[in-house]
Write a protein that binds this ligand. Structure first.
Ligand SMILES: C[S@@+](CC[C@H](N)C(=O)[O-])C[C@H]1O[C@@H](n2cnc3c(N)ncnc32)[C@H](O)[C@@H]1O
Length: 226
């Protein structure tokens, strides 16, 4: 017995999933898909949001974790405006008969720009345990996506950001994700874990708990006459 069904990985998760190789996932190997899966699984994500996906690879992995756990009322939301002009071509799942749409029909697709979808999502007060950012990679837009969507993060939730690797900066003009990661790190408000050497690279960030003065510290200070 194996924990991973490699034939399922090959025939479902990696099937007709262009861009999956940029997550180091091809054939029977799940690559960073395993990381996204394990985050959604271990956080018992009731809501997962994916911004941008050319082939539906990340949304299907996130949804699969929710299916496997049978989390009642759980949902995966994909926000993608079909913007080939952003430099990544058109999504491959536009046809309702596409493999992703047929196999994962319950993934909710919001076909809007991330700047527009955030308004609707804000108004519903939805909170997501997992948010994956992979839409427009220009510095200004990815920073705006991070700022806007981090408002929707559930307590203890995480954000993953794709395309953090140094090759991406070299090969893709205007690539702003690595700069954003440096700034997030410098802010001191997030813990950052980077896997930049795996395919196109992914970072996982998590809000640091706010520092509050605990009761014990206040008592100590009082007795020391502070
Ligand atoms: C193809 S993905 C990038 C490739 C990616 N690294 C992957 O693994 O799939 C980018 C997607 O984001 C979408 N997109 C780009 N800018 C967007 C924006 N501002 N709002 C919503 N979707 C956007 C595009 O339509 C495209 O499908």
């Amino acid at each position: 017995m194996s924990l991973i069904d490699t034939s399922f990985v090959k025939s479902v998760l990696n099937h007709e999933a262009p861009w999956s190789e940029s997550h180091d996932s091809t054939g029977e190997f799940l690559g960073l898909g395993m990381l996204y899966y394990s985050l959604a699984y271990s956080l018992r994500a009731r809501v997962a949001i994916c911004l941008g996906s050319g082939g539906g690879f990340v949304p299907r992995v996130l949804r699969q974790a929710q299916r496997d756990l049978a989390i009642p009322g759980s949902t995966t939301i994909l926000v993608d405006a079909n913007l080939p002009e952003a430099g990544w071509g058109a999504p491959q799942w536009l046809e309702p008969s596409s493999f992703f749409r047929v196999r994962y029909p319950e993934v909710r697709i919001i076909q809007q720009r991330t700047d527009d979808a955030i308004r609707e999502l804000r108004s519903t007060a939805v909170r997501a345990e997992l948010i994956h950012i992979d839409a427009d990679h220009s510095y200004e837009q990815v920073r705006r996506d991070f700022e806007n969507y981090s408002e929707l993060l559930a307590v203890g939730g995480v954000i993953s950001l794709h395309d953090t690797g140094p090759d991406r900066v070299r090969d893709i003009p205007g690539m702003g994700v690595p700069r954003l990661i440096r700034e997030i790190r410098r802010s001191g408000r997030w813990d950052v874990l980077e896997f930049s050497e795996i395919a196109a690279g992914t970072a996982v960030v998590r809000r640091r708990p706010q520092r509050t003065t605990g009761l014990w510290t206040r008592v100590k200070h009082r007795f020391r006459g502070h």
